[in-house]
Each structure stands twice: as C-alpha cells, then as structure tokens.
Design a protein around this ligand. Structure first.
Ligand code: N0T
Length: 502
C-alpha cells in the first residue's frame, strides 16, 4: 500500500557500491530506460556513521531529491551488521573491534568474518544508527518517496551453521524460547531436544531473526514503513547442508522460525539467482504464503530471468527487481548478465513498458486476489491455467498469428525460429465472473470452458490505461484477430475479454 492504495513495484536494484553522489548520474538513466517505478539502493552504516555518534546523511538527502525529480520511489537497503555474512559495510570502528563486537566461531573452532548476533553491543550500535536513519527519512520525506526498507542484506553466515562461541553455546544449551515452541507446535526442551538435527540452523535463524526484528521494530517506532528481509536461497527442492549456504537467513526450511522470531518484518523475500523455471516457480510457491506477501527484491539481470515477472505477478507478487542494472560499470555474471548495456536493459524494459501504465490497476486487481500469470518455461512448453472453476486458458508459444502450428494444413508453413532463451509470458485478471483483463508478451491465449460448455469469446476489446489509470477503448478485435486464439506480440497490448455460452 502506498498512500492508501495497492502499489506494484516495477523495480531495479542498483549495484552494491552505487550508494554515492558520484554514481547517481549512472543510475538514473538505467531506471528511466527500464521504465522502472522503484529504485532499490543501499545506504551503508560506514557512510552515515564513520565516527561513532556523528551522523552524515548528505547522500540520502541528495538521493531523496533526485528520486523526486525522477518520479521514482525508493527502497532503502540498510547495509550494516550483515551484508551477506560479513560486516564489510560497517564502520571501521565496528568491523575492526573484535573485542567490543565479537565475530562468530564456527563448529571447527575457526573465527569467521561474520559478526555474532549474540552480543548486545553490536545490536545496540546497529540499532542506534538505523533509528537515526529512520529519523532522517521521517523528517525529510513527507511525500513518501521511500516506500520500503530492507534492514541488513542476505543475513546469515557462510562456512558456519551458527556461532559456537562460549556465549552462544550457553544460550544454545538452554531452553527453546516459549514463543518459538508454541509457533512450531512442539514440546518444550533444549534446542537439541526440540529440533534434533536442525537445531543448529534453527537456533541461528531464531537468533538472527530476533536481532533483526529488534532493529526493525525500533525503526518502525520512528516511522512505520514496511520492512522486509531478503534471503540468499538454498536448493528449493532438496535438503542442503547449511554449512554451504547462508545459514540463519530466511531460507525456505526456516520460514516459520523467522515468522516467529521477527514479527516486525513484513515479508521474507527471495533473491533469485536460478535460471530454471522449475526452481523459480518452486521458490515463488515457498515464499508466497497467506502470511507472507511475495516480493522479489533481487533477480538476475540477464534475459533468462526477465519473463519471471509474469510468474511473480501470477502469485500476487507486490514487486520485482533485477539486480545490478545501472551504468556504474559492474556486472555479476555468472549470477546475472555478462555486460550491462542498453540491450541488457531492454530485456526487462519490454515488460516494464507494457506494465507501467497499468501498474496501479494491476496492483488493485492483484490485491483483490483473482490474478494469474506465467512466464514461458524452457522449450516453450504450453500450459493450461484454471481460472477459478468455469473458465480456463491455454497459453502457447511460438505460434504464427494465423492458424496453428499443430494444424495439419499448416505443416508446410515455415516453423517459427527456435528461441534460445524463453522470453514470453502472460497475465490474466478476473474483472467479473465472465470477463478477464489480459496482457502479455509473445504468447497466444486460447480460452476454454472447464466444463465443456458451448461457448464463445463474445467480445475482445483492446485498449490502454491513460495517465490517470483510466481504461481507454481503442478497438474491438475480431476475425483473424480472435479466430486462432489471442496472439499477444511484442507490442504493448491490453485486452478485455468477455466469454459467454450459447
Ligand atoms: C546478492 C548480489 C549482491 C545459485 C550478488 C547473491 C547483493 C546480494 N548476493 O551480486 O551482492 O547485494 O544480495 C548471492 C548468491 C549466491 C549464489 C547462488 C548460486
């Protein structure tokens, strides 16, 4: 909700070190070219509190001004105690003081770079800076340019399942807190008793979750913006040894632990760096839950990831943001694109250009709940979507606009050239029992009756949304335009489809 109405974030995340005034001229042109409405960008603890107790918000001040000028909303990423495991973004007075801000000791007895969540001094120092940050936003952002805040970044530890220091061990040997026992529907006991082989990871997820929750809660007391925690993912299908991923972060196997630990966190959000549609879809199912709004704050920046916007929106996603699309000169291949240039941006821009005029309308429909969407799977595999009982729709790819490649009489027609990387997708929203809003990219939609009733597509209206979000009629599709399904091309086409029986 932004200013009282549902909002769809067509986002982009800037590169890690884009958080300086010198880089802003390399960021805004990318936001523009993408047709994004939201920029996710870091602010570093080291940048606002280089000397303990002395704060400098000049960067944020400029960022807010420029965001307003560019008519773009902001999601502020608080890089502090944890920026992927390490305290690299913490000020030197923090990250070089092992005594005051202890690091964790892993199961092999090795001291790791990651700070331990078990020490008050660390939590208090981070919280104090975060509260200052929220105070600055409150005082300087009356028109809600900042719509969301991400405390920390991909929390958890690599090459350690938890902290095994004496301080940590003492807590681990104690009882599981009552709230967690209750939330997980278990019997009381020690961590080992209650969670067995998962005890170490669950303990760490709980510990980090509580730590982040206290920071978020203190920030919200100043300014109650929505806050989310992003996750570096584990294998979506199989159990994976937590030593090999960011243990303690909100991976799918500990979402319930995190929900109990961090009630001030509004969403646990997956950062997607897997290109296979099976894995992406599984991840969206894991994170889109009745108690967790789906938000994808990071997804890889190359073409293979772009069509997943349709899957995310089909799961009532509230936002989507490719990572690292700016002109600061960095690209994170093999996670994302090899190079970031105008062509790389265009892979996402084709979808944002289509969706941005209807973003508010889509957000409203999505909030009401009757939306569906799919991104093209590998090999252009067709699929049928059940539209709530009476109607369904078949989505196919690689068709010519006339006829069907499956029809025998088209056997002699040239085949559509194979596309190396799937790039298509479709969106459908129910407007009334027999009426749907339809849009998409390079897909054919063929409506059907789920019960085999005699039916027709009685009217297909093409239109667009004006600046104020009002529907404007352009024409009625008929004849060739409807005889072989509704063929969505690379043009921004939005249709209202009425179905009827006769
Ligand atoms: C991401 C980004 C940035 C399947 C990587 C991804 C961002 C952070 N980390 O460019 O550093 O700040 O959130 C980690 C992916 C792990 C590998 C997954 C392989």
């Amino acid at each position: 909700m932004v200013d009282g109405k549902p909002f769809l974030m067509l986002g982009v995340q800037a590169n890690n070190a884009a958080n300086y005034p010198s880089q802003m001229p390399k960021v805004w042109p990318a936001v523009k070219a993408l047709h994004a409405n939201t920029l996710e960008i870091p602010i570093a603890w080291e940048q606002i509190e280089p000397v303990e107790g002395k704060f400098d918000f000049s960067y944020l001040d400029l960022l807010l001004k420029q965001a307003r000028e560019n008519d773009t909303k902001l999601v502020i990423l608080w890089f502090a105690t944890w920026k992927n495991n390490g305290p690299q973004y913490a000020p030197e007075w923090v990250k070089l003081d092992n005594k005051r801000f202890p690091r964790l000791i892993n199961g092999k007895g090795e001291v790791k770079n990651s700070l331990s969540p078990h020490f008050r001094a660390t939590l208090e120092a981070d919280k104090k800076a975060f509260v200052e940050l929220m105070r600055f936003i409150k005082a300087n952002d009356p028109d809600h340019t900042v719509i969301m805040v991400q405390p920390e970044n991909e929390v958890g530890a690599y090459s350690a399942v938890r902290d095994y220091s004496p301080t940590a061990q003492k807590i681990f040997n104690g009882p599981v807190p009552k709230e967690l026992v209750k939330a997980m529907n278990r019997k009381p006991g020690t961590w080992k008793d209650v969670f067995g082989k998962d005890a170490d990871e669950f303990f760490y997820a709980w510990s980090i979750g509580r730590y982040v929750d206290e920071i978020a809660a203190a920030g919200k007391q100043v300014l109650p913006l929505p806050m989310y925690v992003n996750a570096a993912l584990r294998d979506p299908f199989n159990d994976q040894d937590p030593f090999t991923y960011s243990s303690g972060g909100p991976t799918w196997n500990v979402l319930d632990v995190w929900k109990a630990a961090a009630p001030s966190i509004d969403a646990l959000a997956p950062d997607i760096y897997m290109r296979e549609s099976e894995k992406v879809r599984k991840t969206l199912e894991q994170y889109g839950r009745p108690d967790n709004a789906l938000f994808v704050p990071e997804i890889g920046s190359d073409k293979a990831y772009a069509r997943y916007i349709y899957d995310v929106l089909g799961h009532q996603g509230i936002g989507f943001a490719p990572f690292g699309l700016d002109f600061t000169g960095y690209s994170n291949y093999p996670l994302g694109a090899k190079t970031v240039d105008a062509k790389t941006l265009e892979n996402f821009a084709v979808h944002y250009r289509l969706l941005s005029p209807m973003a508010r309308e889509w957000a409203r429909l999505s909030y009401e709940g009757k939306v569906w969407g799919v991104g093209e799977q590998e090999g252009g595999k067709p699929e049928t979507i059940d539209l709530g009982g009476r109607w369904n729709v078949r989505v196919t790819y690689g068709e010519w606009q006339f006829g069907s490649i499956e029809a025998p009489w088209m056997a002699k027609a040239e085949k559509q050239p194979d596309r190396e990387i799937p790039d298509a997708g479709a969106l459908i929203a129910q407007l009334s029992p027999d009426e749907f809003l339809v849009t998409g990219y390079r897909a054919r939609l063929t409506f059907g009756s789920a019960k085999g009733e005699r039916f027709m597509v009685s009217r297909v209206e093409e239109g667009h949304f004006d600046e104020a979000g009002q529907w404007v009629f352009d024409r009625v599709w008929n004849g060739d335009q409807v005889d072989y399904g509704l063929n969505l091309t690379t043009l921004p086409q939005i249709l209202k489809v009425k179905l009827a029986t006769y």
